[in-house]
Design a protein around this ligand. Structure first.
Ligand code: ATP
Length: 227
């Protein structure tokens, strides 16, 4: 029996989780035949210090509500329970060391995060610990040409999303996959803006009902002062 498991870790601030994040969880799980898809909310996102609008507890609670009815999607408390600022490279090293050697690890990110990858702590080591899955995002270019240092690892899967021709993606050596399996123009910034404006309709378009209810009930994002 094949004991190999595919584990995907999806890091982010999730302030709050939105329908784009959830669709990424579903589609990436399907496309890459992932057994365990873990949303990994950051305790303090190193590159977003000072911008956080909801507490870690609230961000976690909304992720838990949003994934409650989705058997393949879970939320990890690993970074939230850590002693302080946690870097992705350390999280991946931990999971690499603690899961079976046969298990395959994937780290999921959007095109905007990918564009900044070279500013991440020990990014060259990061791409030796897990496969990356870069998801295209409307309004953001996905840079793959001339990519410093890791060009040979890149597998461009854009355009290969037709369910009729769908085949599970096979992985041998560590890769950086680029996929347009999800193309949703949704952002947490837009959710916070809709909450601040008390725009029920817009909120419904961006987050699942349980998250909209939570935002309303606890009055989140009322006083954020971003543009
Ligand atoms: P904000 O608007 O506050 O910047 P966000 O919508 O980008 O937030 P994050 O929690 O920062 O949400 O995102 C976590 C990860 O998911 C990042 O790698 C980001 O690039 C990716 N991501 C978020 N929304 C999308 C989307 N609609 N399409 C593709 N990737 C996305």
């Amino acid at each position: 029996m094949d004991q190999r498991k595919r584990i995907a870790i999806y890091g982010g601030t999730f302030d709050p989780v939105h329908l784009g994040h959830l669709e990424i969880g579903r589609r990436v799980s399907q496309f890459f035949v992932i057994d365990e898809f873990l949303f990994m909310p950051a305790r303090v996102a190193p590159h977003k210090v000072g911008q956080e609008a909801a507490s870690a507890l609230d961000r976690y609670a909304m992720l838990a509500l949003a994934t409650q009815d989705e058997p393949r999607l879970s939320v990890s408390r690993f970074e939230l329970d850590g002693p302080g600022q946690q870097y992705t490279v350390d999280t991946l090293a931990h999971f690499r060391a603690s899961c079976s050697e046969l298990d395959e690890l994937f780290f999921v990110m959007g095109a905007d995060s990918w564009a900044e990858i070279t500013t991440w702590r020990e990014w060259q080591r990061l791409v030796t610990l897990a496969n990356l899955i870069v998801v295209t995002r409307p309004g953001h270019q996905t840079f793959i040409e001339d990519f410093a240092g890791a060009a040979s690892q890149i597998v461009d899967l854009r355009g290969e999303n037709d369910p009729a021709t769908f085949e599970p993606v096979e992985v041998e050596a560590l890769k950086i996959f680029v996929t347009d399996a999800v193309m949703m123009d949704v952002s947490a910034t837009a959710v916070r803006r809709a909450a601040r404006a008390d725009d029920e309709e817009e909120l419904k378009r961006l987050v699942p009902p349980s998250v909209a209810d939570y935002i309303r009930k606890y009055g989140l994002y009322r006083n954020t002062n971003e543009a």
